[in-house]
Design a protein around this ligand. Structure first.
Ligand code: F6P
Length: 363
């Protein structure tokens, strides 16, 4: 075997945590230590640890027995080193990037492996442009990273949300209630779509399809007239009404801030109560969707992404994100991923499938 292009690298987890992060760390570390005899350094708390030089040696024991563990053994943060802060010329931003370069040199790193979402890959691409070697693995429960069909964390969140929707079905049915289930997904509605279909939701509200409350009212009252006095409405936290979709980002933020409803699920429940005589309750799944052990599928995809990253380190192919497209593990240039979000296309096949079994999308 020819000499690996990478002798020593750092690995970090950045952004919102999710099930599968430790499985991915394990995949990268076991392959690089075991096959390529590389030195693996753990960078604590995402890019914050890279700025502050919080870097520790990882041993085979550190990455043993973590396949099934939720969260991340390295810790994470939402640090954005390139974000221009208060001062005019972005001095702090420049210092953070200089600090990262200093850490990279000080620990003799040949590459940084980033397990992260959209924001983390945007930073990874900027670090590449600064001359650092970077490899990315797509992580998020939102499944909204451009360039890959799937991110690890997504299917675990679908499993968690679907189990919750199944449980909420029985209590809604028993009480003849409308149950509004709010799931995560600020910009993209992949989680709401998949969990909504899997959970047999009557209404699914996506950020990509602005809703008309009259359409929702018509659907659930028609169900009630047909003898189904209960309904399940799955709402992505980033969903907007048709009127709200016409507002600027700033106006929308102001409206949400001034709203008496703490989140979109409560807002929609209030709108339904105002135009029907139905009994409505709300369940916000929140951070449960980000916690706990990864599903078997996520353990597999995280391991596959980890070993694919190990091969890139061996070959010295930097500046790429590993991905799964049409069921094949491939690599995508970071510049093709950075700054983009993979939204649910309005003509997505699963939306059509859901409509064919009678699901309403509020339009
Ligand atoms: O990006 C994943 C995610 O869980 C989103 O679905 C959610 O809106 C956001 O993170 C919550 O961010 P935080 O963990 O910083 O509260």
């Amino acid at each position: 075997m020819k000499k690996p292009a990478t002798k020593s690298f750092g690995i970090l987890t950045s952004g919102g945590d999710c099930p599968g992060l430790n499985a991915a760390i394990r995949g990268v570390a076991k392959a690089t230590m075991g096959i390529y005899d590389m030195n693996v350094m753990g960078i604590c708390n995402g890019y914050k640890g890279l700025i502050e030089g919080e870097v520790k040696q990882l041993s085979p024991e550190d990455v043993s027995g973590i396949l099934t563990r939720g969260g991340t053994i390295l810790g994470t943060s939402r640090e954005k080193p390139f974000k221009v802060t208060g001062d005019a010329d972005g001095e702090v931003g420049k210092n953070k990037v200089e600090a990262i370069k200093e850490t990279y040199q000080r620990f003799g790193l040949d590459c940084i492996v980033v397990l992260g979402g959209n924001g983390s890959h945007k930073t990874a691409n900027l670090l590449k442009d600064e001359g650092l070697n970077v490899v990315g693995l797509p992580k998020t429960i939102d499944n909204d990273i451009f360039g890959t069909d799937v991110t690890f964390g997504f299917y675990s969140a679908v499993d968690i949300a679907t189990d919750a929707i199944d449980r909420l079905h029985s209590t809604a049915h028993s009480h003849n209630r409308v149950m509004v289930v709010e799931v995560m997904g600020h910009y993209a509605g992949w989680l709401a779509l998949y969990a909504g279909v899997a959970g047999g939701a009557d209404v699914i509200i996506l950020p990509e399809i602005p809703y008309d409350i009259e359409s929702i009212k018509k659907h659930i009252t028609k169900r009630a007239k047909g003898g189904k006095a209960f309904s399940i409405i799955v709402v992505a936290e980033g969903a907007v009404s048709y009127e709200e979709s016409k507002l600027s980002k700033k106006e929308l933020k102001k409206k949400m801030k001034e709203s008496s409803s703490p989140s979109k699920g409560y807002a929609i429940a209030k709108e339904i109560e105002a135009c029907t005589d139905m009994d409505v309750r709300v369940s916000v799944l929140g951070y449960q969707q980000r916690g706990g052990t990864p599903s078997p599928y996520d353990r597999v995809i995280a391991t596959q992404f980890g070993t694919a990253a190990a091969e890139l380190l061996y070959k010295g192919e930097f500046g790429k994100m590993v991905a799964k497209v049409n069921n094949k593990i491939i690599t995508v240039p970071l510049e093709d991923v950075a700054g983009k979000i993979k939204l649910v296309p309005k003509d997505h096949r699963l939306i059509k499938d859901a409509r064919m079994v009678g699901t309403c999308f509020g339009d």
